[in-house]
Design a binder for this molecule. Sequence first.
Ligand code: SF4
Ligand code: SF4
Length: 302
Amino acid sequence: MNGMITEIERFALNDGPGIRTVVFFKGCNMNCAWCHNPETIRPSRELHYYAAKCIGCYKCVYACPSKAHKRINNEHRYFPNLCIKCGKCAEVCYANAMAVSGTKVSVEDVMNEIRQDKAYYENSGGGVTLSGGEILCQLEFAEALTDACHEESIPVGLETNLNFPWEKISPLIGKADLIMCDLKLDDTEEHKRWTGTGNEQIKENIRKLSESGKAFLVRTPLIPGATDSDENIRQISGFLAGVVQGSGFLYYELLNFNPLGDTKYQSLRKANPFANAKPLPRERVLELKELAGEAGITVRTE
Ligand code: SF4
Ligand code: SF4
């Protein structure tokens, strides 16, 4: 069983309890305007070009089979429309100006990485988190990885948008030790405007998750001008209060805007609508936390 991933991050502390290894799947069925991992949205391989890192060594010009790199007037030029994504330029670019996102890996390849930190998971109450992108876009691979981790007694958390039919995803959800899902906007039209899809299925799945008794938490990224209104946070916390009573719900978490994705957008030549946006001031995050808490649910911030 193979899957397409962008990265395996070891010693992660923000993607579930304890010390974790996070496997980032490539491919997503939503298209959030503020995504800080834009390289995980498309399911296929992509090439990043970090122009500021280029030292003009021209090794890529000789390595590229499709002449996508050229030396013109003693300057390096990259022509992405000619690229066939073979990755040869990234292999010879010691300045890391060229980088590939998207590696085909087997379950065993990933397990070889995961096993290295088993002692850390045991000592910290951590484990593995499957993230993305959207893990449900590679459902069989996610299930196979979850099974492989469990065979070695390694807990598995899933970060997912839950935007799939419940019948399809419930076997995987049932296997996981923890579900971390987002509800970004309460209003479905606004959700569609900012992410490309409505939120009816997500809300329905949060209801089903509550009924299942599975341990889960819900997050809202605080995106300036998109998700950070009093009204949105009040409505989401009200919705959660209405459905999570007596379930395995752990807490509602507000995540401040992460502006670190902009260089990735530039390297992929993608427009970034939030290039100039800044994280919310701490006082505003705390204000929203208090407001959400009025619904009577446990609320956390970073
Ligand atoms: S190999 Fe890298 S550093 Fe050298 S010219 Fe190509 S992109 Fe620039
Ligand atoms: S990935 Fe391959 S085809 Fe694309 S620019 Fe690099 S060497 Fe050329």
